[in-house]
Design a protein around this ligand. Sequence first.
Ligand SMILES: *Cc1c(COP(=O)(O)O)cnc(C)c1O
Length: 387
Amino acid sequence: MPQSFIPLCIPEIRGNEWKYIKECLDTNWVSSVGAYVNRFESMVADYVGANHGVATVNGTSALHTALLVTGVEPDDEVLVSTLTFIAPANAIRYAGAWPIFIDSEPEYWQMSPREVVDFLEQGCDFKDGEVRNKHTGRRVKAIMPVHILGHPVDMEPILAVARKYNLLVIEDATESLGAKYKGHRVGHLGDIACFSFNGNKILTTGGGGMIVTDNEAWASKAKYLTTQAKDNPVEYIHHEIGYNYRLTNLQAAMGCAQMENLEEYIAAKRRIAATYSEAFAEVPGLTPMVEATWASSIFWMYTLLVDESQYGQDSRQLLRRLQEAKIQTRPLWEPLHCSLAHTQDQPRESLAVAEKLNQQALSLPCSVGLSVTDQQRVIEFILKEKQ
Ligand SMILES: *Cc1c(COP(=O)(O)O)cnc(C)c1O
């Protein structure tokens, strides 16, 4: 029998999605206002413990809006992880600001707090309550840690240095809804945070995003900017240039149904991760991702490091072999300091940890609905490929 295709990470629809979306269709509340938008905003905000949630059309627009409402201005600089999907760096540029790329730490692959502190203490001057990059002369305004792959960044040292230098902390929590740092959910650790409900994320609305914060002024500014900045909606009076960044009621309906099953999704991801990690623990050349003692990861995207010298193939060869076996895998992102889209932003230097992770990492099939049989097929193939 020909073997079926095993995708990397696909949505899981097992709850009230049909029911809630049908209700939108039946009542004609399909567009950008409606009860599900409000309900979804409260569900996500309550879940992370924040006072306000503002739904957006995707995670990237949430990040863009978060930068605008917190007062990041053109020509400001924002520290951001170099090893991440490109969206946060692009959002920084949409706001006219500049990304400063920070290397990963080697254990959990997240933004390195030590590199953040070193950059601020050695690369910057602090006077009159402002931080200036010594090299560019620009004002450093914010730190944007990206909790990648479902695992939190080590936030305490980052929050401490942000307080010391009067910097904002904008969490990109798009990959990590439900993860905990020292018992606290990501998305409620800094000043404001963003989530994504894109198709491959732990929870999806087809496409969507959310800003969460305790700051009421920022939340209402975010709602204003994401709905075309209407000052008088009847007379079409606008005092600012806004954006059409709203999530529709249809999408929010799907989000509410997905939120109802989030804990089950997380349990499934953790179970999948534990099975892989146990299977690969003793294999020379394979290093499974790990969870810090201070963290609870949602293992959004299960990832392994492949060391060619011991495993006998590099990550890209293994990816191609798996592809031939109809098993979809992916490397991690090109580090952003190497990306042609962002190389003008700062002098090129080597950020060695992220570069090595980019060479060695391979993300394995980890859909919430991945069957035991399919996961065994992936495991056996990878064990058999070792040379
Ligand atoms: C998915 C993702 C985003 C953006 O989300 P979209 O909803 O696709 O716009 C932002 N940052 C990171 C790190 C992501 O993985």
